[in-house]
Design a protein around this ligand. Sequence first.
Ligand SMILES: Nc1ncnc2c1ncn2[C@@H]1O[C@H](COP(=O)(O)OP(=O)(O)OP(=O)(O)O)[C@@H](O)[C@H]1O
Length: 210
Amino acid sequence: MDPLILDDIRIALDGAPLLGIDTVIAPGDVLTVMGPSGVGKSTLLAYIAGFLSPAFQARGRVLLGSRELTRLPAEARRVGLLFQDPLLFPHLSVGGNLAFGMAASGSRRQRRQRVAAALAEIGLEGFADRDPATLSGGQRSRVALMRVLLSSPRAMLLDEPFSKLDAALRGEMRQLVFQRIRQEGLPALMVTHDAADAEAAGGAVIELEP
Ligand SMILES: Nc1ncnc2c1ncn2[C@@H]1O[C@H](COP(=O)(O)OP(=O)(O)OP(=O)(O)O)[C@@H](O)[C@H]1O
């Protein structure tokens, strides 16, 4: 995997500077971005992922190694997103959700095997045909994580990924997410208000200031 490079990014709103960041995130590292509400944390993620509202003025490049993402549309950036709400497609089964972003390579059987292996990895063997509405919050979070990973991202963006989970699940989910990010060697950027998230991530912390 390549590092995620945020090359002198400056974002303004209505002509007034909102935020600036210039940093490199190594493969497998998690950079935590903190700061008060409204400082522009979600705006930064939107810029990296390619769906910044035209209300903002932005400059600076986002690169994965030598590949400049800022030239590419959102769907071509290969950036995995994990949000506060583990949104699963309600019209697809759990297995259908997992297969959704998966490359269409290999046979149907091979794809089904990959889905089954992913479910086993998160303790949900045999859940492929289940309706996502029947899952608990913790189970949904795990499926959402595996769905992102199965889409073969080159970097991960996390926005308050654990804030909706209760305390016990939060610890478990932190462990799983950061372990997988390390294993896959994905550069990751996490926005959070919770210092314990930053500590669990174990990487650098940037505090955006108003
Ligand atoms: N589409 C938009 N059009 C205009 N202004 C916006 C838009 N989205 C966000 N803003 C404003 O941009 C600023 C930054 O918002 P952003 O959501 O990035 O902050 P944040 O740091 O993520 O806050 P929080 O911690 O509450 O999620 C805020 O002043 C917000 O009101």
